[in-house]
Design a binder for this molecule. Structure first.
Ligand code: NAP
Length: 325
């Protein structure tokens, strides 16, 4: 059958994305065909578009979507035609009306969760889950520092960290984002243009520094993040919104108190169906209990995805963003 999808033929700015008609074969062994109803926008889509995370061209884009199973290959048992499902993962072909995807990586959407919320939640929420439970396991009373606290991952992680008993210090760039971040779980805010972020963080922690920094900004924030940690603290460097972190000397960690640095990625924390469904259950549990509220700050038509990318890169978005095919 035919379907329409966003494709790129070269890396570059938002204008390299084109809406094209493509052939979609029937699902191959182990696959299901999904008709998308909502697609999640993620900063990682920008890395794929600009070639920071290269793949072979031409290619699709998009790492997360929700929809309805329309067909399954013979022998597929994980899902059935008509099921509402959501997924995150490669290949990056989520910016499409329809696509085939590995049935073993499809997550059923609970009855109380809309397709829009599911698409706004899975990648960002599973990321918040592993950051707070695995990369550095938050303990009650821990002070932590979270960049982009009003953004997609940040909005979920700040609420979840508060529920786990952390004292959450968020970094944001505007007064409006500060208001949002405080309303959704942050105890304190440090502004992104603060000339001495480390001094402000130390002031908020009685001179000690934080137990962990969750840093999605990368190149521009890495050294500052090290300076915000207490001895034996952990820097979780999980994104590159300002560019990739430069190489650094491990002796910097000794000088600042025998620090830890980790550079995780979601796929390694949900690499079996059991782990994926367990993590998704933990996520849906905090949503259904009301501890974490998912805020869809923006919605665009899929064909307007170039504008969505411009707004995301210009730091104009808050909460999650979805694209509607
Ligand atoms: N490693 C993983 O497994 C994993 C998984 C998912 C996401 N991530 C990372 O998590 C981060 C957040 O992803 P998201 O999709 O939820 O995006 P997002 O947080 O909604 O948007 C990015 C935010 O980063 C902040 N930022 C700081 N410096 C920036 C810069 N130079 N350019 C653009 N934005 C800048 C902005 O917030 P302020 O204006 O408030 O500073 C902006 O709103 C990204 O870095 C992404 O790569 C990593």
């Amino acid at each position: 059958m035919k379907t329409s999808a966003i494709r790129i033929h070269k890396y570059g700015g938002p204008d390299v994305m084109h809406w094209e008609e493509i052939d979609l074969p029937g699902p191959a062994a182990g696959e299901a065909r999904i008709r998308h109803t909502a697609i999640g926008l993620n900063f990682v889509d920008v890395y794929h578009r600009i070639g920071l995370y290269p793949t072979s061209l031409p290619c699709g884009l998009g790492s997360e979507a929700a929809g309805v199973v329309e067909a399954v290959a013979p022998g597929v048992t994980e899902v059935a035609v008509g099921d509402r499902v959501v997924y995150t993962g490669r290949p990056n072909d989520a910016y499409a009306e329809r696509r085939n995807f590995k049935a073993a990586e499809l997550v059923p959407i609970p009855d109380g969760v809309s397709d829009a919320v599911a698409a706004a939640t899975l990648l960002k929420g599973l990321t918040a889950w592993y950051l707070l439970h695995h990369s550095y396991r938050v303990q009650p009373g821990d002070p932590i520092l979270l960049y982009a606290a009003a953004g997609g991952v940040g909005s979920i992680a700040s609420q979840w960290a508060r529920q786990l008993g952390a004292t959450v210090i968020g970094i944001v760039s505007t007064a409006e984002k500060s208001r949002l971040a405080m309303a959704q779980g942050c105890h304190h805010i440090v502004m992104a243009d603060d000339p001495d972020i480390a001094a402000s963080v130390k002031r908020l922690t009685n001179g000690q520094g934080v137990a962990a920094v969750y840093d999605s900004v990368g190149r521009d924030s890495f050294m500052t993040s090290l300076d915000c940690l207490r001895p034996h603290g952990t820097l979780v460097s999980f994104g590159n919104s300002s560019g990739a972190v430069e190489p650094f000397a491990p002796s910097l960690l000794a000088a600042r108190g025998s620090l830890y640095v980790t550079r995780p990625t979601l796929a390694h924390f949900v690499d079996t169906r059991e782990k994926l469904l367990g993590a998704a259950k933990a996520l849906y549990d905090v949503i259904e209990s009301g501890a974490v509220t998912i805020r869809i700050g923006q919605q665009y038509a899929l064909q307007d995805v170039a504008q969505a990318h411009r707004d995301l890169e210009a730091r104009k978005t808050t909460g999650s963003t979805i694209l509607i095919p």
